[in-house]
Write a protein that binds this ligand. Structure first.
Ligand SMILES: [Zn+2]
Length: 449
């Protein structure tokens, strides 16, 4: 919104930000405190130090960051989203991702902006209670904004992305899933697993506490991670077995039915080292040679090894929704549109909206848009349900001197004044607001009673 008023406001804030980033005037004791903070917290503290939190924009920035922690947009991996941030409208976006124990989440963020722009990327445990401070797990490195996080439990995580104040540009976030361990059989991967966790054994008397990977007799069974050999022995079911202590994760990796054991107890190994050769010893005598691979954790016992060794997700699909609409108001084209919680037709609907409802384009995922409705509902809608808000749907005659607003809200700022008798082209409508264009070509909001 390039009104004079907001330009003056931005200029004043720029001056304060310059001071903030160049004066280096943080006192010594405080400096010590700041060292333990995340980059995000440091920035927030710096805003407070120069009293920027008392300005509307500074306060909006802080509120946007907190609000994003309570959002509940659930996405599945792999995921890629392109979005827009405007200098005069602080935003923070967040995503919920479900991970299994042993899976790694890799988050990458690319920013395209006229000026160098810092984007804060933070990972938290989710859901986040409103009353207490969220458990923060990782921050994106500010130089390349990447998080590589390994989940030690099955749970939901929240990723928040927020650019620094007074910058505009585009961001693209990608999130992929990777295994935390190497695959335990040389030359194979998780697509070669033929028996999974929980399968029946001994006619249902017990359950399979691992995975089986068939391979030619003599194929190397390899260390899935760095560690040391905890035991090399023989038992009735497993035959010749090797136990590898995973020193990083408080768990033991179990290799069974080996034809030959090639390590000794106490020996240090690194990921990829050969521990033994695939065979069919123990209760596998009558089956083809295979490795039975198990993971036993401290305190829990056997867990499903699959999430830890499963092939990573492929590269996320590209954004095909037209991106020239980013950061603009568009409208639904069809009879009605459905705004959903995730970019997926099977996900829960958040809102059913009428034909020609204005939607603000926040971002794109595949052939979906992430949109904000005039009532601030944020969700996803299929791009094919959206058209440019260009061709008027009707005109509205103005009865008395009227202000055109910069937002569809009673608290909005004034963009323009229109004279009585003016016929305004209506581009979209939502509840008690019409999205109109003034004779000077300014698009804004007209409250109707
Ligand atoms: Zn098995």
């Amino acid at each position: 919104m390039n009104t004079n008023r907001s330009m003056v406001r931005l200029a004043a804030l720029w001056g304060m930000l310059f001071f903030l980033t160049n004066c280096g005037g943080v006192q010594q004791p405080l400096k010590e405190v700041l060292k333990k903070q995340t980059p995000y917290e440091k920035y927030e503290q710096a805003l407070k130090n120069v009293k920027l939190e008392n300005t509307a924009l500074g306060n909006d920035w802080i509120v946007a960051g907190r609000k994003a922690l309570q959002d509940s947009i659930l996405v599945s991996l792999p995921f890629k989203e392109t979005g827009y941030f405007a200098a005069d409208k602080p935003i923070a976006v967040s995503y919920l991702v479900s991970l299994k124990r042993g899976e790694r989440l890799v988050v990458g963020v690319e920013v395209r902006s006229m000026q160098a722009t810092q984007v804060f990327v933070d990972l938290f445990e989710a859901p986040i209670p409103t009353s207490q401070s969220p458990v923060h797990l990782a921050s994106g490195d500010t130089s390349n904004t990447v998080i590589d996080f390994e989940s030690r439990e099955d749970r939901l995580y929240l990723i928040r992305l927020q650019p620094e104040l007074l910058r505009s540009g585009n961001y693209t976030i990608t999130m992929t899933r990777e295994p935390s361990l190497a695959f335990p059989v040389q030359g194979k991967d998780s697509r070669n697993i033929s028996s999974f966790w929980g399968a029946d054994r001994d006619a249902g008397k017990r359950r399979h506490e691992g995975i089986d990977i068939f391979a030619k007799k003599g194929t190397p069974a390899i260390a899935a991670t760095d560690g040391y050999i905890a035991a090399v022995n023989e038992n009735r079911l497993g035959g010749k077995v090797v136990w590898l202590q995973d020193t990083k994760r408080q768990q033991r990796l179990y290799y069974a039915h080996l034809d030959e054991q090639l390590v000794r107890p106490g020996q240090k190994v690194i990921a990829g080292d050969t521990l033994g050769l695939i065979g069919n010893t123990g209760n596998a005598r009558t089956t083809a040679p295979h490795l039975h691979f198990g993971i036993y954790t401290f305190g829990i016992g056997a867990i499903d090894p699959l999430p830890a060794v499963r092939v990573g997700s492929p590269a996320p699909p590209n954004v095909t929704a037209p991106m020239e609409r980013l950061g603009t108001w568009a409208r639904t084209s069809g009879k009605k549109g459905i705004v959903r919680i995730s970019p997926d037709k099977k996900s829960s609907p958040l809102s059913e909206i009428l034909k020609h409802t204005p939607v603000y384009i926040l971002g794109g995922v595949r052939d979906w848009y992430k949109v904000s409705l005039p009532d601030n509902t944020i969700g996803y809608i299929e791009a094919k349900q959206i058209e440019n808000a260009e061709k008027p749907i009707r005109t509205q005659k103005i009865a008395s001197l009227t202000q055109i607003l910069d937002q569809p809200a009673a608290s909005a700022g004034f963009l323009a004044t229109v004279e009585p008798g003016t016929q305004l082209p209506v581009l979209a409508s939502f509840g008690s607001f019409l999205y109109v264009k003034t004779p000077d070509g300014i698009a804004g909001w007209l409250p109707i009673s």
